[in-house]
Design a protein around this ligand. Structure first.
Ligand SMILES: Cc1cc2nc3c(=O)[nH]c(=O)nc-3n(C[C@H](O)[C@H](O)[C@H](O)COP(=O)(O)O)c2cc1C
Length: 260
């Protein structure tokens, strides 16, 4: 980290020590936020108005500010622009109306193979002058934990060893197997997807998340390796007057909220 960057870090003194300090903004308008959240609907018919590139870029940047497990940013976004590829993607999305009419189609991919690379990158790009020992250890350990090995062999060994320790104290129960690591990457990627659709809404555009697609065809189209899982395709554009097909349905909150 450069000396100039270090000198710009905001600090506060706590218990006699200088600590990093990030002030809370005071002027957030809850009603605007509510309007964005409440007006987001799955839109299945778009006009042909394009999304300006700077708007899309801004939305993608906001997507990538989503929280992510261990800060490891396991997502990728493929904005499919070539007319031939777009036509194949629409077909792969079973020619759904949202896909057919969208001005942009974005394939959101969860990567499971960048844990090692990004752990090292995190240590190289740590945003403070010194990397704390605990942080160093954490990013050295994480890649060992998240490598399932051939046919989940490492995963099974780790599961047995760690479960034994679990008789005595709380232990992390995963992600060890290939499917657990896929789930791990998908959780953070889905959060980025939500940021993306809310950002589009805040810019006056709309979207439809779609998991109704032929994964094999999407993989072939984007030449994705086995370590890249397409989790959803986001159709985006300007909402047509009849773009929302029915009023939003949400069941009674008592079904979902539990006070324990
Ligand atoms: C992970 C996920 C996958 C979805 N897949 C599709 C899809 O393939 N096609 C579609 O028309 N809508 C799809 N939807 C949209 C849902 O049907 C929609 O979110 C739900 O009915 C609630 O409506 P709302 O988004 O307008 O609140 C998907 C939504 C999510 C979150």
């Amino acid at each position: 980290m450069s000396a100039e960057a270090v000198s710009k870090l905001n600090t506060v003194t706590v218990d006699g020590k200088a600590r990093y300090h990030e002030p809370v903004p005071s002027n957030i308008d809850i009603e605007s936020f509510r309007k964005v959240v409440k007006s987001r609907r799955s839109v299945r018919k778009f006009t042909n108005k394009p999304i300006p590139q700077e708007v899309l870029d801004d939305c993608l940047d906001m997507a990538m500010l989503a929280p992510c497990s261990s800060g490891l940013q396991p997502w990728e976004f493929y904005i499919v622009r070539s007319p031939q590829k777009k036509a194949r993607l629409v077909k792969a999305c079973m020619s759904q109306s949202a896909a057919k009419t969208a001005s942009e189609l974005i394939v959101c991919v969860a990567r499971t193979d960048r844990v090692h690379e990004f752990s090292r990158k995190m240590l190289r790009e740590w945003p403070m002058p010194d990397v704390p020992e605990a942080v160093k250890k954490y990013y050295q350990l994480i890649p060992l934990g998240y490598a399932p090995g051939p046919l989940n062999s490492f995963a099974m060994i780790k599961k047995v060893a760690i479960s034994a320790g679990g008789f005595f104290a709380p232990v992390p129960r995963g992600p060890f197997t290939r499917s657990e690591v896929q789930l791990w990457a998908s959780k953070s990627t889905a959060l980025a997807c939500e940021n993306l659709v809310l950002a589009l809404r805040a810019h006056g555009f709309d979207s439809c998340m779609m998991e109704g697609f032929d994964e094999l065809r999407v993989r072939k189209l984007l030449k994705l390796s086995d370590n890249a899982l397409p989790i959803m395709v986001i159709a985006a554009g300007e909402r047509a007057d009849d773009g929302v097909f029915w009023p939003q349905v949400r069941f009674d909150r008592e079904l979902f909220i539990h006070q324990v």
